[in-house]
Design a protein around this ligand. Sequence first.
Ligand SMILES: [Ca+2]
Ligand SMILES: [Ca+2]
Ligand SMILES: [Ca+2]
Length: 446
Amino acid sequence: MKSLIQLSANILLVIASLQGAITAESPNANGKTRVIVTTDGEIDDRCSMIRFLMYANEWEILGLIHSSSKYHWKGDESHEPHSWEGTDWLDRQLDAYEEIHPNLILHDPSFPTADQLRTLVHVGNVDYEGAMTNRTPGSDRIAEVLLEQNPSPVWLQAWGGSNTIARALKTIQEDFPEEMARVSEKAKIFLISHQDNTTQDYIQKEWPEVDVLLSRGDAFGAIAYGWSKFQSKELREYFKKDFMKGNILEGHGPLCAMYEAKEERFRSEGDSPSFLHVIRTGLRSEEDPTYGGWGGRFERAGDHYWKSVDKKGVEPHSILRWAVAFQNDWAARADWCVKDFDRANHPPVAVVDGSLDRKVKPGEQVTFSAKGSTDPDGDSLTHRWWQYDEADTASKVEIENASSQTEASLTVPDESGKTIHVILEVTDSGEPPLVRWQRVILTISD
Ligand SMILES: [Ca+2]
Ligand SMILES: [Ca+2]
Ligand SMILES: [Ca+2]
């Protein structure tokens, strides 16, 4: 086994360098965030996967792995099956993706082909809750990716249990203990709650330096089955029948048509925060879990452990504050499935002039310009500058000319050592209107 994994890791290295050579001219070929999905196939995983595939150009996808959870498992000689959907559902979604792929590449040629994605689908540890005794094709694939020399982070998303990820780490621990420090640097686990005990019982004990982000029910729940209870009346319009029918379910091709809506409303995508977190919106959420972005905001709970911050009744919700934007963004993606470039909308590019990380002095007046912002459709743009007060450590500051493209400013408070997170928010005039951001972090020092 050891030699097999080492061999395939070496082959992958060769393939990776070949791919780099072949695709170097594609603007999106390099530097994408690397992701692996593990899923238990629950109905809301299936809904999340449809949205995920519509954003498949945003990442370098390295694995789509079936796993179990405390809710769903396949069963074996000693375990009765439990609410197991099987694995065909993903194959069917990839068949639908294949049909829309020719249209998706009109909008971004870097959407992977269905065949490329099919090679990434593996069955992991699915036999029972927390199963991690056996090596499986899914766990071997994860181990293989983590053992590659490429030091870029690999975001391991647990849409179900973390058991297949845990098995992969155990394989590395058994076969290549000398690689554990290097693997710990790059493995980043995003948990949608604890859907088995393998993170607490194994990963955090044996791999204490692997970053773990935990989205809790108060966070991911805002777009899961109980979404309507979290959302304001105004926001619910973006999840209800008219929005879903008109923008997603009807007239947007076979993949959107597979979305398992409930009475034509949004169903549940409790797992979507794990990949929303690593869509590069300009919010820089993948740099630091405490920054916050589409996948929510986190607070430190240990040296390598973060938990989502949301609590019932505390506003604004760290995911829902972006929900109008990400629902409209999804609607635009649905158009990409069926329309040509000129008839669909594409997000603006928010550009802040100068450094995104600046040292500033108390009392200094800082002026911001976004004169470089653009839109691929030539839409007109509106600009808004605001302080992400929950994400930074400074107290509330006032931003002057907050809707000016080139003249927004603030006076730095006398709070040496603190940070101010200034968000540039750029909205286009397209249909639906799309938003992108750029975060500037000011560090105050005397
Ligand atoms: Ca799930
Ligand atoms: Ca646009
Ligand atoms: Ca603050």
